[in-house]
Design a protein. Sequence first.
Length: 234
Amino acid sequence: MKKKSILLKSLALGFAITLVVFAKSNLSFASEENRKDLMYYGLQKINRETYNLRDMKEERFEKLRGDLAKAYESGMDKVDEESYFYLLKDLPFTDQELDYALEDTGLKGLGKDFKEVSEEIGINPILLMAMAKHETGNGTSDLFKYKKNLFGFNAVDHDPYNKASDFKDPKESIATVASHLKEEYLDEEGAYYHGISAKGIGTSYATDPDWSKKVNSMMAEIGEKMLKGYEENK
C-alpha cells in the first residue's frame, strides 16, 4: 500500500510540474485578461489528472458492494438506472477488474473484449459476462472451444452444435450478441422488447423458463468475484 501511495504521489507531482511549465509558457503569450483563465485551467487539469490517477478505486468498489446488496434485497430485475447492475449501465471498471470475475474459468483474459464491446454497443459488460458464463459453463462448452461461440448463438434445440454460428474469435461473438440484444431486446422499438431486465430478455431469448434466474445469479456471482478480486489486489 505504501509503495503504491508513493508511486501515485510521484506521478501526480510529475503531472503537476508538467502542467505548471505548460501554463507558464503559455501565459507569456496571453493577454492579461486571459492569464487567470489559463492558470485556472491548469489547476483544474492537475486536479483531474490526480483524480484519474487514483481512479477512485475504493469508491467504485464500495458502490459495487452497495449495489450488490440492493440487488439481493430488491431482486436483480428491479435495480434502478444508477445501479452497476442495470443492463444499460456504462461501468467505470478496467478490463483487469472485470477479469477478477473470470478467474478460474475458461473465459479468463476476456475482460478486455467484454469492456471494449460494452462501451462500443452501450450495454452492461456484467450482463454479457453473466450470459457467457452461463451459456459456456464457465468456458467449458464445445461451442466456445471450437466455434468461439460464447452464447450458443443460433444453437437451435434440434441441432445445437451444427446450427450454432462460428466466429473468428471470442470478441466477434461478444459483439454480435451485444448488438443483437441492444437492438432487439433492450430497445423499446425492438421486436422482442419486454423491459430492461434479464427477465424481459428471457421472455423471448431462451426456451429455458429459468434462463433469467440463472443469468441474474451469474450477475450476482460476478459482483461477488469482482469484490473478492479487489480485496485480494489492494
